[in-house]
Ligand binder design. Structure first.
Ligand code: GLC
Length: 588
């Protein structure tokens, strides 16, 4: 049974104007135990499915080295794959987005033709911290451009023996050189403000990624440089040589830290509560999340992963917050539930881990919607843009069957196979988002199908008409005609012929918009199937952010043109693939 009440309007966790801590506590209070432990799981791309992300609400997905989208490794392939997964996640009961992660350790090295920078040992040779910063900026841009949110970088190992197979991943044998090169974190995540508290994660926005300093701690100091070996030294030496770079990482707001496969004086890092919790989270004050390495907890037993419940309880109780499972997530979830219900893992530990993870999620959700919206028309006169709308307008009319319908916003594969209309899950409808966005004096009137009286005497500043397709999946979505269903075109005609109108199309594909109807519309936005985060639509409608999306498909004029893709000999779309307008807002 889900804890907390299914959100109706204005839940704090959905409201980005609320402090993150308030939002985290509100969301945590609504989560079931399964949803909480699922947020602590990171699974590999290959085992990811709608079931894992929508039904189970798994928190994170990774591409391990070389694990590229199966249908191609271009930026578009990556972005399509991750957008699809994000839609699955945003369709979950609480709509918590995934964090997608990969090892972009010297540029976006998973991406074909991406810029590949020198490995860390070469950058250490440069002694150029500003260069490291700029590489971080460039890497973050390329990683985000493919939809990825997190990179397992930088490696801040201090390599003390070049016989170690990962020596080139270390900037230097000299701790101070490694410390200076942590400047890359500010390039990756953005530079925190002066008053930023060390240890708290910092993430600047949609041109930045979550970074992950690794591998905590002493990975470069193992005996004879044996990989995943044993670092034998007193705590003072461990702190002086291997731990100091993490202090710089915390000062730069590093969002996550990866535990090392190696051991310290025979104690595996993945189950060392003293180092992971008492030192890293206690003494150093780290407030981000600690992630295991790949099957890192499995290495706590021999044969690997035997007595898996022991692997889980000893690592989670030691302070690991997210487990890079990466395949057997069903067993992981089952064992986690058992361990919490038996009391072997206290619920307080689960809540602490999930809090640390959620601090990263919530900022991503709205952005995922904002970046997907495409502005197709903005003003009947190109020199007089219609958007952004005025938040302090006197009176706004909102109409259309999709204006206040979470189910339609999410489309198919949402709670049920085909999806359905209505409040099928927690979320913010477009109407709710508009109400939350406008000024106190602004009156918002909602009439799904406005009366003649309303239209003639309403004295509205403008109208927002939200129409589109019903929820469908697979065969039920096959249509030979692609007009706007449910009388959407007629409603647009009715409203737009009397009131300045922006139309928001909620659909899984382009739909026919006849020329004379297009002429009557003041602005047109393709919202696709945005999911539960209606707030992302309001963010761009009212100019808090500019539009970012461009058409991923050709927008045909008439159905008889189909099939018509960009390589078609008589390519004559209403809007070509790649089309998308901006409002031209500064720094948004
Ligand atoms: C590997 C590496 C780690 C990497 C992780 C995910 O085992 O130890 O550096 O980030 O798996 O690919």
């Amino acid at each position: 049974m889900a804890t907390g009440s299914i959100r109706i309007e204005g839940a704090p966790y959905k409201d980005p104007s609320q402090p993150v801590e308030i939002r985290v506590e509100d969301l945590l209070s609504r989560m079931t135990l399964l949803e909480k432990v699922a947020q602590m799981a990171q699974i590999e791309r290959l085992v990811t499915s709608p079931y894992a992300l929508t039904k189970l609400s798994i928190g994170s997905v990774l591409s391990s080295g070389g694990s590229a989208p199966h249908h191609g490794s271009s930026a578009l392939h990556w972005a399509d794959m991750i957008d699809t997964m994000q839609r699955w996640a945003l369709s979950s009961r609480l709509g918590i987005p995934i964090i997608y992660a990969t090892d972009a350790v010297h540029g976006h090295n998973n991406l074909l033709d991406a810029t590949i920078f020198p490995h860390n040992v070469g950058l250490g040779a440069s002694r150029d911290r500003e260069l490291a910063f700029r590489i971080g900026v460039a890497t973050a841009l390329e990683v985000r451009a493919t939809g990825i949110h997190c990179t397992f970088a930088p490696c801040v190992a201090v390599c003390r023996d070049p016989r170690w197979g990962r020596c080139y991943e270390s900037y230097s044998e000299d701790t101070e050189i490694v410390r200076s090169m942590t400047a890359i974190i500010s390039g990756l995540q953005g530079s925190p403000p002066e008053d930023h508290l060390a240890g708290y994660p910092f993430h600047a926005g949609n041109k930045n990624v979550i970074s992950c300093a690794k591998h905590f701690v002493g990975d470069g100091g193992t005996y004879k440089g044996v990989n995943e070996g044993n670092t034998i030294c007193a705590y003072e030496e461990l702190e002086r040589i291997h731990m100091k770079p993490y202090i710089d990482c915390l000062a730069k707001g590093v969002c996550s830290i990866m535990a090392s496969y190696s051991s310290w004086n025979g104690r595996p890092l993945h189950s060392d509560r003293y180092l992971l919790t008492e030192i890293l989270k206690g003494k150093l004050g780290f407030k981000g999340f600690v992630i295991s390495d790949w099957e890192g907890i499995d290495r706590l037993t021999r044969p690997l992963g035997s007595n898996y419940r022991y692997c889980i309880s000893s690592s989670v109780n030691a302070g690991i917050d997210m487990i890079m499972v990466p395949h057997r997530y069903d067993i992981f979830l089952e064992d986690m539930i058992h361990l919490v219900e038996s009391g072997e893992i206290p619920m307080a530990r689960i809540d602490d881990a999930v809090r640390r993870i959620l601090r990263e999620h919530l900022e991503l959700a709205r952005e995922a919607v904002r970046k997907s919206l495409v502005l197709l028309k903005n003003g009947k006169d190109p020199n007089k843009p219609f958007l952004p709308l005025d938040k302090n307008a006197r009176k706004i009319l909102v109409s259309g069957q999709h204006a206040d319908d979470i189910g339609y916003q999410c489309g198919g594969w949402t709670i049920t196979w085909y999806g359905s209309s209505g409040r099928t899950t927690a979320g913010t409808s477009i109407l709710e988002a508009i109400k939350e966005a406008v000024g106190e004096k602004t009156e918002v009137i909602y009439e799904q199908y406005p009366s003649e009286e309303t239209l003639h005497n309403g004295e509205f500043s403008f109208a927002v008409v939200v129409v589109g397709e019903v929820a469908y999946a697979e065969l039920l979505g096959d249509r030979s005609q692609l007009d706007i269903p449910l009388g959407g075109a007629e409603l647009i005609e009715l409203v737009a012929s009397k009131i300045p109108t922006v139309v928001i199309l909620v659909s899984g594909r382009p739909l026919v918009v006849e020329p004379d109807l297009m002429n009557k519309i003041d602005a047109l936005v393709a919202a696709w199937l945005p999911g539960t985060e209606g707030g992302g639509v309001a963010d761009v409608l009212f100019g808090d952010h500019d539009f970012h999306g461009v058409l991923p498909v050709s927008w045909f004029r008439r159905i008889d043109q189909l099939p018509m893709t960009a390589d078609h000999p008589s390519y004559d779309p209403l809007f070509p693939i790649g089309f998308g307008l901006k409002m031209g807002l500064d720094n948004k």
